[in-house]
Design a binder for this molecule. Structure first.
Ligand code: HEM
Length: 150
């Protein structure tokens, strides 16, 4: 009887401890779609929607004023590691190579936004069209290489 109670206590202890451990791990591990990077990307998406209404209503200077915040979100994104690379558990050289490529595409996107800003400020509609197209292509490259499907 004494042994059985001891066994029971040990079982409860080990279940509660492992539950606590799982809870801890769950808290520590980021989930796909809940990363800081995901948040910055949502900021970019929202700012682009607002920019699109500015352009539609012919307010190019309001659209241009959104570029600083778009670039700030990309600079924050630059400091993050895509979820996919973490999920793949890449380490060392392999991780460094992928992260460098990720940063290269982010930086290319920042350049595109700088060019778009100039086109907006000078009322260059062919330029606006061109740089919006380039933005879409940067997005496609970045997502094609680094966005996990979740
Ligand atoms: C410039 C236009 C961009 C827009 C509007 C955009 C938008 C978004 C949105 C809405 C999400 C989350 C929702 C979803 O899963 O679709 C997302 C996720 C993601 N985006 Fe972008 N994105 C852009 C550019 C980029 C670029 C240039 C890169 C990489 C160089 C990139 C890398 C990622 C990654 C890696 C995720 C997944 C989040 C994670 O790994 O934690 N995005 N993006």
């Amino acid at each position: 009887m004494f042994i059985k109670k001891g066994l029971l206590a040990a079982t409860i202890l080990s279940v509660s401890c492992s539950t606590a451990l799982f809870a801890h791990e769950h808290h520590q591990d980021e989930m796909c779609g809940e990363t800081k990077l995901h948040g910055y990307m949502m900021d970019i998406k929202n700012e682009l929607r607002a920019m699109s209404s500015d352009i539609k209503s012919g307010d190019n200077s309001a659209a241009a004023e959104r570029i600083d915040s778009l670039i700030a979100s990309l600079e924050q994104s630059r400091n993050e590691t895509p979820y996919q690379l973490k999920a793949e558990k890449l380490k060392g050289e392999a991780l460094a190579t992928q992260q460098k490529e990720y940063v290269r595409i982010i930086d290319g996107t920042i350049d595109v936004f700088k060019n778009l800003e100039q086109a907006l400020l000078s009322g260059d509609s062919a330029g606006i069209k061109k740089w919006l197209g380039e933005m879409g292509s940067q997005r496609q490259q970045g997502h094609g290489a680094f966005k996990a499907n979740c």
